[in-house]
Design a protein around this ligand. Structure first.
Ligand SMILES: N#Cc1c(N)ncnc1-c1cnn(Cc2cccc(F)c2)c1
Length: 298
């Protein structure tokens, strides 16, 4: 279902991703400003590479407020791109005015636990992104320390492709590659220092950086359930796929007979029942409240 992007007076629509939309504020001359962008998080949710027909109420607000909370807590590690949260009423709470940066062409991924594509690579080669790992690791194993496992920024509709560290060096140079590698790993470490005590494991995360002169600036969103794997810490048990903190209700229903959907069919999933929507909304709110210690207000 391709949605017509929201019209925002005073802003030009630039781009729509799966669950977020990008706008440019208009200058006094009516032309899009070149120095700022408006990042808008929708209530859209993706599962099994589909954007679901059914929105999750407040998801955009919860994830935006969570990202803002993390930007503040990471500010001693790395500057961020946030300019203001003074945004149009139509997107209140779920949009951020940001400084337009020269974005680095690398998806900076760090992994603290082994699963997904990293696990597959490990099973084939004993390494991930060229980083040799101990023998005997299984799905969900905690890594001795977080590792940097970058990807390309794939064109719309395609999957990011893992690239070796040497590929990042070739793309952005040795100095910058080392800086973004170290920052990405430290962001995930900091995230888990805070999150794990509050009942959430951040298994891995993807961050994006842009340049402000010679400074590396943290952009995009940070340490949200859309950019990271959130696992309930009290259910962590290496040896099998871990339950998702936020996506498990949707995954369980979509793969149950109740949905009538066949994941292998390639057909789009059906609309979600109200109870699955509400349970999923509640998990996003719960994650926000556990992490921040603040009560969520829609
Ligand atoms: N963040 C940021 C950013 C920045 N500060 N400066 C320049 N470009 C970007 C930028 C460009 N694409 N994206 C991804 C993206 C984010 C949100 C919604 C979308 F649809 C797509 C980010």
């Amino acid at each position: 279902m391709s949605e017509v992007p929201l019209q925002l007076p005073g802003y030009a629509h630039v781009y729509s991703g799966k669950v977020r939309d990008l706008y440019a504020p208009l200058g006094a001359d009516g032309a899009p400003r070149a120095d700022q962008l408006l990042l808008v998080a929708s209530d859209r949710m993706s599962a099994y590479d589909f954007v679901l027909d059914t929105p999750i109420p407040d998801k955009g607000v919860v994830l935006t407020q969570m990202s803002l909370w993390w930007f503040d807590r990471l500010a001693d590690l790395v500057p961020h791109h946030v300019v203001s949260t003074d945004v149009p009423a139509a997107v209140a709470g779920r949009a951020v005015l940001v400084e337009r940066l020269e974005m680095l062409p690398v998806e900076c991924v760090a992994r603290a636990y082994l699963t997904g594509g990293g696990l597959n690579e490990y099973r084939s080669t004993g390494a991930v992104s060229g980083i040799a790992l101990p023998e005997g690791l299984v799905d969900g194993s905690r890594l001795p320390e977080p590792i940097f496992t970058p990807s390309t920024k794939a064109p719309v509709g395609e999957h990011d492709e893992p690239i070796p560290y040497a590929g990042v060096v070739a793309e952005i140079g040795e100095d910058l590659a080392a800086r973004v590698r170290d920052l990405t790993v430290r962001i995930l470490q900091r995230g888990n220092e805070i999150a794990t005590d509050r009942g959430i494991i951040l298994a891995d995360t993807k961050v994006e950086f842009g340049m402000r002169g010679d400074d590396v600036v943290l952009a995009d969103e940070v340490l949200t359930p859309d950019s990271s794997r959130f696992w309930p810490a009290d259910q962590w048990e290496p040896g099998h796929p871990q339950p998702s903190y936020d996506k498990q209700f949707v995954r369980d229903w979509l793969t149950s007979p109740a949905s009538g959907w066949d994941k292998a069919s390639g057909e789009a999933p059906p609309a979600l029942p109200d109870d699955v929507v509400e349970q999923t909304r509640a998990k996003y709110v719960e994650a926000y409240e556990r992490l921040t210690g603040q009560t969520f207000r829609a």
